[in-house]
Design a protein around this ligand. Structure first.
Ligand code: APR
Length: 320
């Protein structure tokens, strides 16, 4: 059987990390696309030269022409600009929306059967626009945010509880941004919900609230430290988990920015919800009951995503 073909649209910091991880995990052959000339070719050659050392077989190809992504099984989109200190994800909207238009046209022409994972920010609005620009099925265009946000939450919780990150599960809903909704009652250590752990004296409610806030600000904390760009290792790992779920038909239950057509009372928007990812793309959206406080946080998050989508329509009226 031929290897899978994975196209990375955008070969910057996240794209480069993705390319390396795909090799190490032997997920398939890689095409690195970018508008920057020489850079995707250089990174491809560099990673390919690591393959004899690490013992993986994969073809690497760098390109500046969309025809190179032809027939890709998966496209992972990071094309665009990342934020700098003092910027919010929303500040990127104008520039990155134009990039999504080009990327959408490229995917439509050359990889219409791909599963497309968008990482470019502001995520929920960009994946929404990318689906419209590309015209691909809504089950096959998805945004990566929830896996990353819940990974940050899990990491901070594991540190607080001094337990393995593997035994901490976390549940995050809503948009990728300051309004994301970490659901503490569905987040656990080995199945024990966080509110019970507070009652058991493992942590205090105050400490838990601080961890929730640090999770919400997780991206900004890294931007502040790096100064020249935004996070890339954890975003890349998170997108790889989603790609693997699709390519191996694992039917993983993963939070993702998925197209909603009435679920959670939301229509024609992408918002972070729990999903099942398998060979059919987004095979299911899991709808849970929210309590009043959670619903209020979710509504606030949805309205901020809606504001971004409206700003997109202001720039590109054909998105309506
Ligand atoms: N088409 C293709 N690639 C493009 C385009 C375009 N129109 N415009 C920019 N790029 C490329 C840049 O040349 C750059 O190599 O996208 C790449 C982005 O890489 P980085 O600047 O290193 O950014 P990165 O850290 O990878 O983040 C990419 O993901 O998390 C989000 O907010 C982040 O939107 C940003 C994206």
């Amino acid at each position: 059987m031929a290897r899978n073909k994975i196209a990375l649209i955008g070969s910057g910091m996240i794209g480069g990390t993705l390319a390396h991880m795909i090799g190490l995990k032997e997920l398939g052959d890689v095409v690195m696309f970018d508008i920057s000339e020489g850079m995707p070719q250089g990174k491809s050659l560099d990673i390919a030269q690591s393959s004899p050392v690490d013992g993986f077989d994969a073809k690497y190809h760098g390109a500046n022409d969309y025809s190179a992504i032809e027939g890709a099984d998966v496209c992972i989109v990071t094309a665009g600009v990342p934020r700098k200190p003092g910027m919010s994800r929303d500040d990127l909207l104008g520039i990155n929306l134009k990039v999504m238009e080009q990327v959408g046209a490229g995917i439509k022409k050359y990889a219409p059967n791909a599963f497309v994972i968008c990482i470019t920010n502001p995520l929920d609005a960009m994946v929404w626009a990318l689906q419209k620009f590309s015209g691909l099925p809504k089950t096959h265009v998805v945004g990566m945010a929830g896996v990353l946000d819940s990974a940050r939450f899990r990491y901070f919780l594991a540190e607080e509880f001094k337990v393995s990150v593997e035994d901490v599960t976390a549940f995050v809903l809503g948009g990728h941004g300051d309004t994301m909704v970490p659901l503490t009652r569905y987040s656990t250590v080995a199945g024990i919900p966080l509110p019970d752990l507070v009652n058991m004296g493992w942590t205090s409610q105050e400490k838990l609230d601080q961890i929730v806030q640090r999770t919400r600000d997780g991206g900004a904390e890294i931007v502040g430290l790096l100064k020249t760009g935004s996070a890339y290792y954890a975003p890349a790992s998170s997108a790889i988990q989603m790609a693997e779920a699709y390519l191996k038909d694992k039917k993983r239950v993963l939070p993702a920015a998925a197209h909603l057509s009435g679920q959670y009372g939301v229509k024609d928007m992408y918002v972070g919800v729990p999903t099942v990812i398998g060979a059919g793309g987004i095979e299911r959206i899991i709808e849970i009951d929210l309590n009043k406080a959670e619903q209020a946080m979710f509504d606030k998050s949805v309205s901020s995503v809606q504001g971004l989508c409206e700003a997109c329509i202001g720039i590109a009226p054909n998105l309506k």
